[in-house]
Design a protein. Structure first.
Length: 303
């Protein structure tokens, strides 16, 4: 029951900037409202997609506040509080707890290659700082650190650890983490390109960086799985993957392209922060095509 709210489709929330590149409360609210309207199950705030790595502590705190003010009580709120130092991570964690977030999450320490003992200590100190539940974020391709089932098991001895958001590519990792944790933990699929496979291998839900560009399609994929319509789920995943490949094939970074897609879908969240690159003139025309792909897929699959 306690874990029931950590299921379904949980978009990773994007950084919302004004035209000067500062965090925008109004644009953050607009993204909140759009996602609420789409009936997603929750949001994951301040992760990779939130450009957390390019924001200072005050900025990250204000984003957490704006989202909680707008969405608290309307959907599940997960705060990503991973930061370079344990000290800053704890400060973010306490802020999220005071705002009433449903759970915390954090990547392992980055930059220095630290041993498992340091990773364990880092996560444990964040967890001890607040009463909130905690979701480990395993994303080896960006952090360079791979969570093993044995460290996961060790972390699970702490009852506040409720699961893992797994972004490694093998779907077998999802199956292994689920095996270690059983029904008492939630495992989220990370790679959006294999959402359907991840769910079949045992993921309870998904947290993803492209969900907000096309929430209708991920909600429908999840629905097909719940109904046992695997052929339909496979078809929609294939269509989603064509769209993700297009999102990643422009001059601008994937997030810049997604923000332009959102703009065309009626939500202005500004651009991306450097060193992420913005879209080019040539990208603009091609992004029209991506929006058409999304619209066509919605027409085809979503009733
Ligand atoms: C490496 C990375 O950022 N992974 C995200 C989180 O798991 C995904 O949601 C991707 O944004 C998505 O799968 C697109 O490649
Ligand atoms: C899932 C994802 O992209 C994030 O961490 O924000």
């Amino acid at each position: 029951m306690r874990l029931e709210k950590f299921r379904g489709i949980i978009p990773a929330f994007y950084a919302c900037y004004d035209d000067q590149g500062d965090i925008s409360e109004a644009r953050t609210n607009a993204l909140c409202d759009y996602l609420y309207e789409k009936k997603v199950n929750g949001v994951y705030v301040g992760g990779s997609s939130g450009e957390c790595i390019y924001q200072n502590l005050e900025e990250r705190k204000s984003v957490l506040s704006y989202v909680a003010n707008r969405l608290k009580g309307k959907m599940t709120l997960i705060a990503h509080v991973g930061a370079p130092s344990t000290r800053d991570s704890i400060e973010l964690a306490k802020h999220a707890a005071a705002l009433g977030y449903d759970a915390l999450s954090a990547i392992p320490p980055i930059y220095f290659k630290l041993p498992d003992s340091s990773v364990y200590k880092y996560w444990s100190e964040i967890i001890e700082a607040t009463p909130l539940d905690f979701i480990i974020y395993n994303i080896p391709q960006t952090t360079g650190y791979t969570l093993t089932p044995s460290l996961f098991e060790k972390m699970l001895a702490n009852k506040k650890v409720i699961g893992v958001k797994n972004s490694s590519m093998p779907t077998m990792d999802i199956e292994r983490f689920k095996k270690v944790g059983g029904d008492d933990v939630v495992v989220f699929n990370g790679p959006d390109e294999q959402f359907v496979a991840g769910r079949i291998m045992g993921a309870d839900g998904g947290i993803g960086g492209t969900y907000a560009a096309m929430p209708e399609l991920f909600l429908q994929a999840d629905e097909f799985l719940l109904q046992g319509k695997f052929e339909d789920a496979k078809l929609i995943q294939s269509q989603i993957n064509d769209i993700i490949i297009a999102l990643c094939s422009q001059n601008g970074s994937m997030y810049a392209v997604i923000k332009e897609v959102l703009q065309r879908r009626g939500v202005n969240v500004g651009g991306v922060r450097a060193p992420l690159e913005g879209i080019s003139e040539e990208d603009k025309g091609r992004i029209d095509g991506i929006v058409q792909m999304i619209d066509k897929a919605i027409q085809r699959f979503c009733k």
